[in-house]
Design a protein. Structure first.
Length: 197
């Protein structure tokens, strides 16, 4: 689906109508944002395949049938300082469509992710944020993340045509300890069957 243009005025309770849910395979084309991110098509497909193997989760923000946000969670990877399959998970590919930024959706999505990870027994959430993205750094710091290490940001990916691209995006590694409380089961997310993936 194409996301229609959004005016700056949204209904007062619009955020309450957002459904944050795991992706299904038919959602993958929507992650390309009308071609803007088609070069990541194989990354999206690989992340979905890892989700089917319980090694990742793709969370989507669904607003009246349109995908307006996404966040990927790696549960296990070859860098245990990021994700180790037991108590440390890695957040990446976090995007909200521009018209919906600064309205609380990103914070709500992170709250859903944290709640789900607590239920799975995870204790630490890690991420890498570009050094040249102070707005994202401020969001993560406001949500309780702390810078723990520099990351050189070297990575590569095959685009939709199979051509490999080498990237260098210097970043900061950030971490947050997930507090486990009696109320953590209900923090940040409405109870839905898909929260039980």
């Amino acid at each position: 689906m194409n996301t229609p243009p959004v005016t700056t005025l949204l209904p007062a309770a619009w955020l309450d109508t957002i459904v944050i849910r795991p992706a299904v395979r038919s959602d993958l084309p929507a992650l390309e944002w009308e071609g803007e991110f088609s070069h990541f098509r194989r990354i999206f497909e690989q992340a979905y395949d890892r989700m089917l193997k319980h090694k990742a989760i793709i969370w989507l923000a669904d607003f009246q049938g349109d995908i307006i946000g996404q966040v990927f969670i790696q549960l296990d990877c070859d860098r245990p300082e990021l994700a180790n399959g037991s108590d440390r998970a890695y957040l990446y590919s976090f995007r909200v469509r521009p018209a919906y930024r600064g309205r609380g959706l990103g914070s709500r999505m992170v709250a859903v992710v944290e709640n789900d990870l607590r239920q799975r027994g995870y204790r630490t959430l890690t991420l890498n944020v570009a050094r040249d993205n102070p707005r994202a750094q401020q969001l993560y710091q406001r949500l309780g993340f702390e810078i723990t290490a520099p990351e050189p940001g070297f990575w590569s990916y095959p685009d939709q045509h199979g051509v490999w691209h080498q990237m260098e995006e210097p970043a900061w590694r950030m971490e947050k300890e997930l507090q486990h409380t009696a109320d953590s089961k209900h923090a940040g997310a409405t109870e839905h069957p898909w929260n039980q993936i």
